[in-house]
Ligand binder design. Structure first.
Ligand code: PMP
Length: 428
């Protein structure tokens, strides 16, 4: 039996009862791209608009007070979910991409900040930023751009043939010139869970900041910022059962407080004069304009839902599903898993290729059967290049995934092989 009661959980997700492609049961194996939403999240958003809608931190009326209370309660809840009681460390953003860009722009703005207090972490010519070859474009392109703006140099840790980070050069790639190390906690394409401890320890030795891309880890395993030891953690609400349009940047308070703003305007200021302005303390400094209030409250409801299931159980559940998927897929002749094939330090993103069939064609056959997967380079182009494939088919799992979904996937892959007449080992 699986750790989670899949049938009971499925009943909480209205979308899972619809059919697709002419009456086929929906088999949703694309939670890594975006997760479906339980009724509790949909209800929380609807309740906000029906009963409390107002601009937070502004109006002098009851609705504004209620909206502000709900918004700030969501912030505290989300903080506790990742192990901090200091809600000033939780900055609401649009998504992971937005959170990472916030940090990248703050670090380059720091170089020209008028206030000395904001120049501490400035990135300048000659400095280095370290990433890995495993990064989603969201944790790669903003750093490339930061380097272009500042004259800093981008360096990276490579990958091993079996889909893990190659730490052999850790001591030289991260060095005295390194200002920041940006690393994904869990790869969205390989499923690999990275060993953050030696990376954080090396970064500390040289005084570099560490940003962890938690887009694929925070939704799927218990994550505690105190244990991580990093300076920043970025993640997206929509991948953890929450609404789209809301994400989180957690930052160590003293680090956030030493950073200049990225976006400027209303809500983030202290004093404004025609001659110039000063800025509010975090998190307000980084939340310009009227925020995504219903979305933040919806994310709070998602966190409640996940907490009620228990993140340890969510993790165990996905481990069991992943082990089963690795086994079922590898039993099929012609299927190659791209990424670790054991379940040690590995999460539930299983990418694979099918000999003789383009991943887009695999995706098409699966879609005709009602099975939703993702195909392509998964916004991590250097990874597919590293493993010499044009693209992969990727299945990702969540709390509603059962063994039946994996059986359907494996049957679908065999169906694709029959359809394209490429059954390895069989003479046509
Ligand atoms: N990092 C990783 C590891 C991801 O999987 C994703 C989403 N695919 C992102 C960053 C970007 O997330 P978002 O599009 O929500 O900003």
């Amino acid at each position: 039996p699986l750790p989670l009661d899949v049938e009971a959980i499925r009943a909480d997700f209205p979308i899972l009862s619809r059919t697709v492609r002419g009456g086929k049961k929906l088999v949703y194996l694309d939670s890594g791209a975006t997760a479906q939403k339980p009724r509790a999240v949909l209800d929380a958003e609807r309740d906000f608009y029906e009963n409390h809608n107002a601009a937070v931190h502004r109006g002098a009326h009851q609705l504004a007070e209620e909206a502000t209370d709900l918004y700030e309660e969501a912030r505290r809840k989300i903080g506790r979910f990742i192990g901090t009681d200091d809600e000033r460390e939780i900055v609401f953003t649009r998504n992971t991409t937005d959170a990472i860009n916030l940090v990248a722009y703050a670090l380059s703005n720091a170089a020209t900040a008028k206030e000395e207090a904001f120049r501490r972490y400035a990135v300048r010519q000659g400095d280095e930023i370290v990433v890995t070859e495993m990064e989603h474009h969201a944790n790669l392109v903003p750093w490339q751009q930061l380097c272009e703006r500042t004259g800093a140099t981008l360096r990276w840790l490579g990958l091993t043939d079996d889909g893990r980070l190659d730490l052999a050069d850790l001591g030289t790639v991260i060095n005295e010139r390194t200002k920041l190390v940006a690393v994904t906690h869990q790869s969205n394409i390989l499923g690999t869970i990275n060993p953050l401890e030696p990376i954080v320890a090396r970064a500390r030795e040289v005084g570099a900041l560490v940003l962890v891309d938690g887009a694929q880890s925070v939704p799927h395993q218990p994550v505690d910022v105190a244990e991580l030891g990093a300076d920043f953690l970025a993640f997206s609400g929509h991948k953890m059962l929450g609404p789209s349009g809301i994400g989180v940047l957690w930052g160590r308070y003293d680090v956030l407080d030493a950073l200049p703003p990225f976006l400027t305007g209303g809500s983030m200021i202290e004093v404004v004069r025609m001659e110039g302005s000063t800025f509010a303390a975090p998190p307000q400094r980084f939340e310009a304009g009227v925020p995504m209030t219903a979305q933040a409250i919806g994310l709070g409801a998602a966190v409640d839902y996940l907490t009620a299931l228990g993140m340890d159980k969510v993790d165990e559940h996905e481990q069991a599903i992943t082990a089963y998927a690795l086994q079922k897929l590898q039993e099929i002749p012609g299927v190659t898993v791209i990424g670790p094939v054991d379940t040690v330090a590995r999460g539930g993103a299983v990418s694979f290729t099918v000999e003789g069939i383009h991943p887009h064609d695999v995706g098409q056959v699966l879609d005709d059967l009602g099975i939703a997967v993702r195909v392509g380079h998964h916004c991590a182009w250097p990874v597919v290049r590293r493993y010499g494939v044009p693209a992969t088919t990727r299945a990702t799992f969540y709390v509603h995934t059962g063994y039946d979904d994996i059986d359907a996937l494996a049957d679908g892959v065999r169906e694709a092989q029959r359809f394209f007449g490429v059954v390895p080992g069989e003479v046509k």
